[in-house]
Write a protein that binds this ligand. Structure first.
Ligand code: NAD
Length: 284
C-alpha cells in the first residue's frame, strides 16, 4: 500500500473521527470543510476524543500530540491536490456529493483514490461523476469512528481490484476490519439496520410501547447494546429518514416506506442528540 497522505472532506461527526484514526495511525491528514468554524470544531472534537482515550489509558499524551501534529486543516478543496487518497464525509446529499467528486477529480493527482463515506448514495453514480471511476470506492465507517471496528468497503460497478485492495489494506492499517459489500441501496449494514429503526418508530407511533420500553425490549431481549430509538438519536433522525427514503425509492418496495412519525420528528427539528431532542431529551 502506498498511502501516506489522506484528505478528508467534511469535518463533522464522521469526518473528524476518520481524521483522528488516520492521524493516530501515522498518516498525514488534511481535513477540509466549508468554513473555519467547522474545521475548528472538528479539531476540538478530535482533541477531546483523544483526551478521553488518555483518561482510559489507551494512549499517552505523547500519542495525542503526535496525532495532532499529523493533522492540518483547510477550507479549500484545491489543497487536496497532492494527497494519495481522499475520504469524503460531507453532508449526505447526492447533488452535493456529485459536485464534490467532480471537483476532486479535477483537483487531485491522477493516481489518487477517491473514497466516499456515504451511508446510502450509489457509489456507482458517484464514480460516474468522475473520469477515474475505477479509482472510486466506498469506505463506510461506523459512528463513533474511533470506537467502531468495521469499515464496509463498497465496490462500485466500476471499482478496480487494485483500488479495492489498497482501501482494504488502508482500513487494516488504521486499525479497522474491512468487509467487502456490493453497491446496492443501503449496502448491507443500513439495509438491515434502517428498516429495524423505522419499524421501532412504527411501534412507537402505534403506541405499542413507549420509547424506553421499545429500547429495553431490544436490549434485554435481543442482546442489542443500544435500543433502536437511542441509536436513531445517535445517528441523527434526518439521516435515518433520508436513508429510509433511499431504500424506498431504490427498491420501489413499500416495505421500506418511512414511518410518518419519523418524518414529523424531522419536520419539527427533533433530530436526536445533535439538536438536543429526538426520541429522548438531551437538553435538560
Ligand atoms: N452520522 C453517522 O452515524 C454516519 C455513519 C456512517 C456514515 N455517515 C455518512 O458520513 C457522511 C457525513 O455525515 P456526518 O454524520 O459526519 O454529517 P455532519 O453533518 O456531522 O457533517 C457533515 C460536514 O460536511 C460539511 N460539508 C457540507 N458541504 C461541504 C462541502 N461542499 N465541502 C466540504 N464539507 C462540506 C459540513 O459543513 C459538515 O461539517 C454522510 O455521507 C453520512 O451519510 C454518517
Amino acid at each position: 500500500m502506498n498511502i501516506k497522505t489522506v484528505g478528508v472532506v467534511g469535518a463533522g461527526t464522521m469526518g473528524n473521527g476518520i481524521v483522528q484514526v488516520c492521524a493516530s495511525a501515522g498518516l498525514e491528514v488534511i481535513m477540509q470543510d466549508i468554513g473555519d468554524e467547522q474545521v475548528t470544531l472538528g479539531l476540538k472534537t478530535i482533541s477531546g476524543s483523544l483526551d478521553r482515550l488518555i483518561k482510559k489509558e489507551k494512549i499517552s499524551e505523547a500519542d495525542k500530540q503526535a496525532a495532532l501534529a499529523n493533522i492540518s486543516t483547510t477550507t479549500s478543496i484545491e489543497d487536496l491536490a497532492e494527497v494519495d487518497i481522499v475520504i469524503e464525509a460531507a453532508t449526505e446529499n447526492e447533488t452535493l456529493k456529485l459536485q464534490i467528486f467532480e471537483q476532486l477529480d479535477k483537483t487531485c493527482k491522477a493516481d489518487a483514490i477517491l473514497a466516499s463515506n456515504t451511508s446510502s448514495i450509489s457509489l456507482t453514480r458517484i464514480a460516474g461523476a468522475t473520469k477515474r471511476a475505477e479509482q472510486v470506492v466506498g469506505m463506510h465507517f461506523m459512528n463513533p469512528v474511533p470506537m467502531m471496528a468495521l469499515v464496509e468497503v463498497i465496490r462500485a460497478l466500476q471499482t478496480s481490484d487494485s483500488t479495492y485492495q489498497v482501501v482494504h489494506e488502508l482500513s487494516e492499517a488504521i486499525g479497522k476490519v474491512p468487509v467487502e459489500a456490493k453497491d446496492s441501496p443501503g449496502f448491507v449494514g443500513n439495509r438491515i439496520l434502517i428498516p429495524m429503526i423505522n419499524e421501532a418508530v412504527f411501534a412507537l407511533h402505534e403506541g405499542l410501547a413507549d420509547a424506553a420500553g421499545i429500547d429495553t425490549i431490544m436490549k434485554l431481549g435481543m442482546a442489542h447494546p443500544m435500543g433502536p430509538l437511542e441509536l436513531a438519536d445517535l445517528v441523527g433522525l434526518d439521516t435515518c429518514l433520508s436513508v429510509t427514503k433511499i431504500l424506498h425509492e431504490g427498491f420501489g418496495d413499500s416495505k421500506y416506506r418511512p414511518c410518518p412519525l419519523l418524518q414529523q420528528m424531522v419536520d419539527a427539528g427533533f433530530l436526536g442528540r445533535k439538536s438536543g431532542r429526538g426520541f429522548y431529551r438531551y437538553d435538560e
